[in-house]
Ligand binder design. Structure first.
Ligand code: AMP
Ligand code: MG
Length: 363
């Protein structure tokens, strides 16, 4: 049984899995529990082969008292909340562990100490309840929940979050990375700048990041470095220069406006070149920064020039979440991908282009 609240909150999932994943057996009755713990979020989702497909998406997010994310503190937060979030997800889905066919876990990429909590919890559940353990790549979670939420078959994906920034598209059996950050992630750039100049935390209020909000009062674009190298972007020089500009007396709103125009334009430029090169017809924006209305508008406008469609998942499915791990866990499980508990290892630098996507084989 699925609770009414859950049904209504995910009723808007646009995609039909039978169309998006035609090779998989959707007549099977399968339920997968998925655990996310790669960074600040401890999330647990439940996915099913039956509508509404995503049955639960519970989470607890570690918030550092000051400064950035501290891997060991994130890990102890995850260990503290794990049991409660699992219970919450099962209750939300209206299932018990007995109804669960497999336990999926994001084994990377991410922060070692944080990853190990999710992996340990998942191994424990799988061993105790005698369920198969399913390894999931976190970035692939973002990509596939983005496809399900927007009903998009073959998109260029712009993944921008606190720890990741990359542009990917499917080609020859894998999601290929067409461009990525050479140093810090876009979300990290926004958060660090906002924190250092004292306009955050909280980083996001009313759906607007502090930098986007402050930029609304900006009048003038300043001279700050715009760095795109080939298909890759770099943000650490921009961060340093923006902080220096504020210290030298530039108007904060002008620095915010310049920072976000440069940073968003850089990722949109790389996405545009990927779109032109691959000739795909759709762009999907995923990761926590996908919630920025300003970035959405820029992506939409760029896609329009190429007669492509742009989309993004609703916020609970855009940032790190357990539902996307459960969803790829389900796809992997239906494709026969499991790992013996004794052989499961976290992979801090597990790349998206090093991850099998069997359900798109031959695409
Ligand atoms: P994730 O790592 O995917 O959970 O994403 C977290 C990142 O998304 C953080 O850097 C947040 O500041 C950023 N973020 C969340 N909401 C917004 C928003 N509305 N606009 C811009 N960035 C956001
Ligand atoms: Mg993420």
């Amino acid at each position: 049984m699925v609770s009414a609240a859950t049904r209504s909150s995910y009723a808007s999932l646009a995609g039909d899995p039978r169309r998006l994943y035609p090779g998989l057996d959707w007549d099977r009755d399968v339920v997968v529990l998925g655990i996310e713990s790669t960074a600040h979020t401890f999330g647990v989702g439940v996915a099913s082969t039956r509508p509404p497909y995503i049955l639960a998406n519970a989470r607890s997010v570690y918030q550092p008292e000051r400064g950035g994310i501290h891997p060991r503190e994130a890990a102890s937060h995850h260990a503290r909340v794990a049991a409660e979030v699992i219970e919450q997800a099962l209750a939300e889905a209206g299932v018990s562990m007995r109804d669960v066919d497999a336990v999926a876990v994001a084994l990377g990429p991410g922060l070692g100490p944080a990853l190990r909590v999710g992996a340990t919890v998942a191994r424990g559940l799988a061993a105790y309840y005698r369920k198969p353990l399913v390894p999931v790549n976190h970035a692939l979670g973002h990509v596939e929940i983005g496809r399900l939420a927007t009903s998009v078959g073959d998109p260029v994906v712009l993944y921008v979050s606190g720890g990741n920034t990359l542009v990917a598209a499917f080609a020859r059996g894998r999601y290929r990375v067409f461009g990525e950050t050479l140093d810090i992630a876009l979300g990290n750039l926004l958060d660090t700048f906002a924190r250092e100049v004292g306009i955050a935390p909280p980083y996001v209020v009313g759906g607007l990041h502090a930098v986007d909000r402050c930029a609304e009062e900006g009048r003038e674009l300043l001279d700050l470095p715009y760095t795109v190298k080939g298909q890759d972007v770099s943000f650490s020089g921009l961060l340093t220069a923006a902080l220096r500009a504020v210290r030298s007396g530039a108007r904060l709103a002008d620095v915010c406006l310049t920072l976000r125009e440069i940073a968003y334009s850089a990722v949109v430029e790389v996405t545009e070149r990927c779109l032109a090169h691959t000739r795909k017809r759709e762009v999907v924006l995923v990761g926590g920064v996908a919630a920025s209305p300003v970035l959405r508008r820029m992506v939409e406008e760029m896609a329009g020039y190429h007669e492509a469609r742009a989309g993004w998942p609703p916020p609970p499915l855009a940032g790190d979440n357990g539902a996307m791990i459960a969803w790829v866990g389900l796809l992997n499980y239906l494709s026969g991908i499991t790992v013996p508990v004794a052989e499961s290892r976290v992979r801090q630098r597990w790349r998206l282009d090093d991850t099998p996507v069997p359900w798109r084989a031959g695409a």
